[in-house]
Design a protein around this ligand. Structure first.
Ligand code: GLU
Length: 322
């Protein structure tokens, strides 16, 4: 009898679920390319959540994906529970704009909170001679894979200044994890990546044999005025000492955010939100782009669509929402 009890106890530990009578609920988080910052967000969430599986019954996995658009579509299809995406992309999905123009409003999408800030980042080889957006004519530029946030950002910016990505230059659709190497191999003049800084992909792009520089994105007053979730930002050049620029690079930014679907149950979203916010001190240490994360700002800024009730419940409990 005693031996049997020991056996049961061991099995209990091996199954990894000590929550009384509960089953383990698996939840997935869609991120981005492994050399971006979303992947780090996913790793951070996975780390803090899987330490508390015993009390929450929740086990989290974070996956590399194509980025914002791919994550939103996977969440809406019920293939993924959570995803990281840009604040502009969540807005566009909910309102049926941009990538969702034909499909219409994606009203099941729900926000949780925002994370680090991102910058529309354009890097080009010195040899290409590209110093401003207008210089891309006739060049080969990676605007990003379908499924990424940067693809829409690059397209919008070029259209705004009267450059047609279908005609005026060769627009490639590579993943952000591939672009730095392809550029260093001489097959790209530049690439776009909407990302937090520092990002491993940008370090890789600027630290190769071919000299590289950031191209500023300026003259966007109209774009900024029409879209409240975009803000002017600068890329601190100190983060990339091998880039050719001498000064911080002006561009456009937005926030990275965490989203889910209305179909995901309240308890799961509550537990995940609580896990993140109770561990914010640790998360800040996990990546330089997370250093300035502030709980109140994560609740108040960048969430451009209705909030999931599970997140709202935690924020009220924690005094972050009145
Ligand atoms: N902002 C990019 C996207 O939406 C991803 C950036 C990252 O992975 O850090 O696809």
């Amino acid at each position: 009898m005693k031996r049997f009890a020991v056996f049961i106890a061991v099995v209990g530990v091996l199954v990894g679920c000590s929550r009384e009578g509960g089953k383990t609920r698996f939840a997935s988080v869609g991120t981005g390319a492994v050399t971006g910052v979303y992947y780090q967000v996913g790793q951070a969430i996975m780390n803090v959540m899987n330490e508390r599986t015993g009390t929450t019954g929740l086990k989290v996995t974070a996956e590399a994906t194509g980025g914002s658009v791919a994550n939103i579509n996977a969440i809406l299809a019920g293939d993924m529970d959570f995803g990281v995406c840009q604040s502009d992309t969540q807005y566009q999905a909910y309102h049926g704009q941009g990538e969702w123009q034909d499909k219409g409003p994606q009203e099941a999408l729900r926000s949780i909170c925002s994370f680090h800030s991102e910058a529309i980042t354009f890097v080009a080889t010195e040899a290409s001679g590209i110093r401003s957006l207008a210089d891309v004519k006739g060049k080969t530029i990676n605007i990003g894979n379908p499924g990424s946030g940067q693809r829409q950002n690059a397209t919008d910016i070029f259209r705004l200044i009267g450059i047609d990505p279908d005609k005026d230059f060769v627009a490639e659709g590579l993943k952000a994890s591939e672009a730095p190497k392809v550029m260093q191999d001489g097959q790209l003049d530049g690439f776009f990546y909407t990302v937090g800084h520092p990002a491993a992909a940008i370090i890789e792009a600027t630290a190769g044999r071919r000299p590289v520089r950031f191209v500023p994105i300026t003259g966007m007053e109209e774009f900024l005025a029409g879209h409240p979730y975009y803000v002017p930002v600068t890329i601190p050049i100190a983060l990339y000492p091998k880039a050719g620029n001498q000064e911080d690079v002006p561009t456009i930014g937005m926030l990275a955010t965490l989203v889910t679907s209305a179909a995901v149950d309240e308890e799961t979203v509550y537990q995940l939100t609580k896990g993140i916010f109770e561990n914010l001190d640790r998360i800040r240490e996990l990546h330089e782009a997370f250093r300035n994360l502030d709980a109140q700002k994560m609740v108040d800024q960048g969430n451009t669509i209705p909030r999931h009730p599970g997140a709202e419940r935690y924020f009220r409990e924690a005094g972050l929402l009145k």
